[in-house]
Design a binder for this molecule. Structure first.
Ligand code: GLP
Length: 239
């Protein structure tokens, strides 16, 4: 696991380097994209680069709320379309987001896992992290060998994400998410975290035991992870 500390702009540039390095040489590149505020600097930096092959990139989002229509502006489908698809010029037909409005979400999760496998697996997965150590919507207590599944959101996560909703009661209670095992199959992982609120989760994930109480800790077992941190997010790591 490589840990790099820089300011927000520098992290965005570094994340963009890693993404392009991973996708650039592949005949059928597959990108794993994350929502949340943390990766936005990477997407902004990518938008400044020249990469003519975006139209051929297949992408898979990490997760999606259950119960929001895909065209709901608060859905991750809408977020990915705005921040990634339109910003970089990806072909929308090649961009997949779990179907959170499917009548049978468990079946939708299985299909999503299969689609990732049939797409050849993910070359590079961008990840954020929750204050409680979640990756995607894999909350503390999630079995680390889970694949894409229907997940219940932790209260802490619903509170953190309430900023995107008018009322707390509007925040969905469940989501479809790639599981820890799905994420671990990506050939490369880039985790980005900004701000002091993330420092305890980062310290537990990187230096604590690999344990479902800290879902991100599973990344310690991946052979190619780069963790991009600002000084605040790195502040609880041992010297
Ligand atoms: C959400 C997403 C995660 C994301 C996390 C942190 O819960 N499901 O994928 O990593 O929020 O978001 P932010 O980067 O805005 O702090």
């Amino acid at each position: 696991m490589k840990i790099e500390v820089a300011d927000e702009a520098g992290l965005g540039e570094r994340g963009a380097d890693l993404v392009l390095e991973s996708l650039g040489g592949r005949p059928d590149p597959v990108w794993g994209v994350a929502t949340g505020g943390s990766p936005l600097g990477i997407y902004r930096a990518l938008a400044q680069r020249t990469f003519r092959a975006w139209r051929g990139v297949r992408a898979f989002a990490l997760d999606e709320y259950v119960g929001l229509a895909p065209d709901d502006p608060r859905s991750y489908r809408s977020t990915v379309e705005r921040d990634v698809v339109r910003a970089l010029g990806l072909d929308p037909a090649l961009v997949h987001v779990p179907d959170g409005s499917a009548p049978d979400p468990v079946l939708a999760a299985k299909r999503y896992e299969r689609d990732i496998e049939q797409g050849g697996g993910i070359d590079v997965q961008v990840l954020g992290i929750g204050r409680n150590g979640h990756i995607g919507f894999n909350e503390p207590g999630t079995a680390l060998d889970e694949h894409t599944h229907l997940a219940r959101l932790a209260d802490e996560t619903r509170i953190d994400n309430a900023r995107y909703f008018a009322r707390m009661s509007d925040v969905p209670v469940s989501a479809l998410t790639q599981g820890p095992a799905t994420i671990m199959r990506s050939r490369r992982i880039v985790l980005i975290a900004l701000g002091r609120a993330k420092a305890p989760a980062i310290a537990r994930a990187l230096t604590g035991p690999v344990d479902p109480v800290s879902p991100a800790s599973i990344l310690q077992r991946h052979p190619d992870v780069t963790v991009l941190l600002d000084a605040d997010a790195a502040s609880a790591l041992p010297e």
